[in-house]
Design a protein around this ligand. Structure first.
Ligand SMILES: CSC[C@@H](O)[C@@H](O)C(=O)COP(=O)(O)O
Length: 345
């Protein structure tokens, strides 16, 4: 496989959706071949594919598969609507999922009798994948100059694996390195799924970008030691006022960055902004199974029967965010007006 900035974790081949199984990385590059939208729903739910933009693109392909199944029947619209509801329910927090399903549904609804809904939705999914990569490259172009010569802390995985390709926050880091910035990445391991240790480290190593991996709890000490000059993360849903939901632990980093006077950046496409949601308090936070916390690689690390809280995301208040980097430019506080302007409303 080539450098990780061009890794394609989501592909369409021989009438099937191919997903690089992110649960198996970095040990194994296993490709899942899915021909039924229900299998795709399971892959989103069980984290074989994850990351907000990647989930959105995958959901668009799931809609194409559902359309292919429904198309021969006179009641294809009802069948497709049933599929759309299942796909939408796979995970609740990343707005890109519902956004992609709604886009595909609207397209299908507009089609007249005899139209080839399956082919149309498949082409729309291909377009969404290419648009996502283009958006990431644009974010990189807008965000590179914000990156310092120095330490950049990031959380979770926001790279090629979390998107159609290239990445959001990791895309900005890639673009900054390509532009000659002498930066070093500090990657949080990101408990409990270890997206930082397993996925971000895999991508950075493939690209030859200088980095080190740290446990999540080390972030404060790294900042105290003067090693971090900026924090950059992705987002799963950004409210209209700029409050941003992202992987659990992100809010803690924003508080720490504020205390240490370090800029805190969010990089996300405009499809991650939920303009219908006024504040972050309305964002539904996914609560995942307790075993993700009580077990590590199948081994129990906590006494049996303990009570667990396992929120997968938290919400960083807009007041702690220095800038939101999008494919149309950089939004600055106050974000409500700045984001609306970028959207073009
Ligand atoms: C470009 S990805 C942005 C976010 O989706 C990412 O930071 C994140 O929180 C992913 O969570 P995950 O639970 O791995 O899907």
């Amino acid at each position: 496989m080539s450098k990780a900035d061009s890794v394609r974790a989501i592909r369409w081949e021989a009438d099937q959706l191919l997903l690089l199984d992110q649960r198996r990385l970095p040990q194994e590059e296993l490709i899942l071949r899915l021909g039924d939208y229900r299998e795709v729903v399971a892959a989103i739910r069980n984290m074989a594919v994850r990351g907000a933009p990647a989930i959105g693109v995958t959901a668009a392909y799931a809609m194409a598969l559902a359309a292919r199944e429904a198309a021969p029947y006179p009641d294809w619209r009802e069948r497709l609507r049933g599929g759309a509801e299942q796909i939408k329910a796979a995970r609740p927090t990343a707005v890109n999922l519902a956004w992609a399903v709604d886009r595909q549904w609207t397209l299908a609804e507009q089609m007249g009798a005899g139209a080839d809904v399956a082919t149309t939705l498949l082409q729309a999914a291909h377009d969404l994948l290419e648009d996502d990569i283009a958006a990431n490259r644009q974010m990189g172009a807008f965000g590179a100059s914000l990156m310092p010569d120095g330490g950049v802390l990031t959380h979770c995985n926001t790279g090629s694996l979390a998107t159609g390709g290239f990445g959001t926050a990791l895309g900005v880091i890639r673009a900054a390195v390509a532009a000659g910035k002498a930066l070093r990445v500090y990657a949080d391991e990101t408990r409990p799924w270890l997206q930082g240790a397993r996925l971000t480290a895999w991508e950075l190593q493939k690209d030859g970008i200088p980095f080190s991996l740290n446990v999540d709890g080390a972030a404060a000490a790294l900042m105290q030691q003067g090693l971090i000059q900026a924090v950059i993360v992705g987002a799963d849903r950004i409210a209209a006022n700029g409050d941003a939901a992202n992987k659990i632990g992100t809010y803690a980093l924003a508080v720490l960055a504020h205390y240490h006077g370090i800029p805190f950046y969010v990089a996300a496409p405009l499809s991650t902004v939920d303009f219908a949601m006024a504040h972050g308090a309305g964002i539904v936070i996914e609560e995942r199974p307790p075993e993700e916390v009580t077990h590590c690689a199948g081994l129990a690390v906590a006494p049996a029967g303990v009570q667990v809280r396992n929120p997968a995301f938290d919400v960083t208040p807009a007041a702690l965010i220095s800038a939101i980097i999008t494919e149309r430019g950089v939004a600055r506080p106050s974000f409500a007006a700045s984001l609306r302007e970028l959207r073009g409303a």
